[in-house]
Design a protein around this ligand. Sequence first.
Ligand code: SF4
Length: 398
Amino acid sequence: MKYVDEFRDGELAKNISANIARAAHPNGRTRSPLLNPLPQAGEEAIELLRKISDNRTYRLMEFCGGHTHAISRYGLADLLPPNVRMIHGPGCPVCVLPIGRVDQAIRLALEQNVILRTYADTLRVPASDHLSLMRAKAHGADVRMIYSTQDALKVARDNPQREVVFLAIGFETTTPPTAVAIQQAAAEGIKNFSILCDHVLTPAAMHAILAAEGGEVLDGFVGPAHVSTVIGSKPYEPFADDYGKPVVIAGFEPLDVMQAILMLLRQINDGRAVVENEFTRAVTREGNLKAQALVAEVFELRDEFEWRGLGSVPNSALRLRPKYAAFDAELKFKVDYVEVSDNKACECAAILRGQKRPQECKIFGTVCTPDNPVGSCMVSSEGACAAHYSYGRFRETV
Ligand code: SF4
C-alpha cells in the first residue's frame, strides 16, 4: 500500500537505526565540528571534545500522543542507542484535560439534564467524586460518544425539545470541524445546540514546557503530524530561533519518527537549530489556510487556560467569539470552571511535563490500568501510560 508499507519497512528501519547510532556516537559524526576540528587544534583539545560528546545524552520530546503511541507500538525506543532518550510530551488531548473541565460537563449532564455528546476517550477521563462521564451515565445522565461534530448536530436536530451540548476537546486538528458545526448551527438557526469549548493550542504548550524548564533539559522536538497539517511548520520557528531548539515535524509511521530523530541528531551535532519537515507529504510551511481562516472566524484566544500538568498557560486555548456566544455552553448554562487537584497518587502532571516516565508512578499497571484509569494518561491509546502499558514498554530498564 502506497504511503504505509514503505514507512514500516524493516530493512529501512535497520538502516535508519544504524545511522542514528552513528550520529549519536562521535565516531559516527562526519559533519560535526567536534569530529572535524580545525587542523590546528591540539590533540588534547580534540580528545576533550570527544569525551564531552561521548558522554552526551540527546533528550528529544515527541510532543504528540500519536508519536508516543507509535514509539511504544513499534518498539522504536529499542532501536535507539541508550544516549538517545525520547521524552513524552503533553500532546494527547484527553490527557491534558484537567479534572475541573470534565466536572463541568458532568454537572451539565447530571444537573441541567442536557444531552451531552463527546469523543469516545473523553468519556473515561477520571473526574471528581469517583465520577467520569461514563459513570455519570450510570447515574442517569444522557451521555454518549460521537464520531464527529456532525453527529452532535444531528442529535440537536432530532431532539429540538432538548438542549444538546458537545464537549469539544482537542488540539488544532479537531478545532476546524467544531467551527464548521457552529457555523452550520448558526446558518440553520439551531437554538438547542452549544459547545463546552476546551480546544487547546500546541505552540503555547511548547512555550510553557520550555519556559518551565528554562530551556535546559530538552535538546529538540519531534513536531506533531496532524496538527501541523493545519497550522503548518511556521509556528514552530520561534522554538528554533528564540530557544535554540531544533524541531522536526514527523508523520506517524515508524520510519517517519525514526527519520525525524535522525534529522534532530544531525542538527544537534552540527550546532544548528531550525524547523525541518520530515512529513512533506502532508505538511507545508503555511499549513491549511482555509481551516485557519475558519477557526479564526469562529474562535478567539482565551487569556488563560488550565492544562493538566502545565497549570495555567496564557493564550493557550480558544473560546467562541461574541458573535457565536449563543452556542457557548459555559455562558448559556452559567457553568463555571472550578480548579480541582489531581489524585495524589497520580504522576500524570510530571509525565505531561516530561519530567517522569509512566513506570515511575507507584500505581502504574497495578491500581491504574487502561480498564481502571486513575489518571488521564492511562485513558487514551495516545496517553503515555496507556501506550507503555499496552505495548509492554514498562519492562524497559533504561
Ligand atoms: S499510571 Fe495512572 S495514576 Fe500513574 S501517572 Fe499514569 S495515569 Fe496517572
